[in-house]
Design a protein around this ligand. Structure first.
Ligand SMILES: C[S@@+](CC[C@H](N)C(=O)[O-])C[C@H]1O[C@@H](n2cnc3c(N)ncnc32)[C@H](O)[C@@H]1O
Length: 263
């Protein structure tokens, strides 16, 4: 089992690649990009509700590059605190902010400054800035108190981490006992081997680091989460250039919970 492949990828080089890739997406969202992206993709391939997308500014949606749909994994209630780890331009965060309302709080964490800038402008346009916090931070070291969050969303960001265990451990730590993980992530059919695993461009896109469903579930369980439930599958790479580069299967929506008894 290859639950946490690293395969000699140099972390510094990977961060530089991530910086360049997502800064390019922020600057020119309509330019060629290897993964599917944007509002039409969200609606037609990931089943985002049109009425939810109506409340998200176009600038944010044009830079949306999620893999699945965390909003179909479970609810976000008024007054709750939601973290989007690897929030990009903030589309999921803004949808969640409309659900929490001003009695709640949404927090977006990302390492790409230009995407965070877009997320903030979009939150202001959407009128949810009063209860939105955006943090330029690494999800392997979340600047949040333990037990402070009701829902953690990850949409297409976990696979980019060289140490997925660390990211999931951080998500587990910041969740309250009983808190929910809404994980939407790309998966592969079988181990894809070193031919793709060591391709830094594909890693930054979040596909070379993809696991198969069994491996991903095992990793989430190993982090302490329980009540795992695969709720939906998506053909999110259909028609994209990524699909030509390597055999990535698609994506899944996965629910998990931090046990009530966990601290
Ligand atoms: C495939 S994009 C998905 C973005 C967003 N969730 C969406 O649905 O549009 C992956 C995101 O993860 C972010 N990311 C990558 N490594 C990260 C890290 N170490 N800490 C925080 N964010 C990271 C990238 O900057 C990028 O915005």
């Amino acid at each position: 089992m290859h639950a946490n492949p690293v395969n000699g990828i140099d972390a510094e080089r990977l961060y530089a690649e991530i910086d360049a890739l997502y800064a390019r997406l922020a600057a020119a969202p309509r330019d060629e990009f290897d993964c599917n992206r944007g509002m039409r993709f969200a609606m037609t391939m990931l089943n985002y509700a049109p009425e939810a997308l109506e409340n998200v500014p176009r600038a944010s949606l044009a830079r949306f590059v999620g893999r699945g749909n965390p909003h179909r994994i479970g609810t976000v209630l008024a007054g709750e605190t939601v973290l989007d780890a690897g929030c990009g331009a903030g589309s999921d965060l803004i949808i969640a902010a409309h659900a929490t309302g001003p009695a709640g709080r949404v927090i977006g964490v990302d390492i790409c400054g230009p995407l965070l800038d877009c997320a903030w402008t979009s939150a202001c346009i959407a009128g949810v800035d009063g209860w939105t916090t955006l943090l330029a931070a690494d999800y392997t070291d979340l600047p949040l108190d333990s037990g402070s969050v009701d829902v953690v969303m990850l949409n297409g960001s976990l696979n980019i981490a060289l140490d997925k265990r660390r990211v999931l451990a951080e998500c587990f730590r910041v969740l309250k006992p009983g808190g929910r993980l809404y994980l939407a992530e790309a998966v592969i059919n079988e181990d894809i081997g070193f031919r793709w695993r060591d391709d830094i461009r594909l890693w930054a896109h979040g596909v070379a680091g993809a696991l198969n469903e069994t491996e991903l579930r095992a990793l989430v369980s190993a982090a302490g989460f329980t009540r795992l439930q695969l709720t939906e599958r998506f053909d999110c790479f259909n028609g994209s250039r990524i699909a030509l580069s390597m055999p990535v299967a698609g994506a899944i929506n996965l629910f998990a919970r931090k046990p009530m008894t966990a601290s």
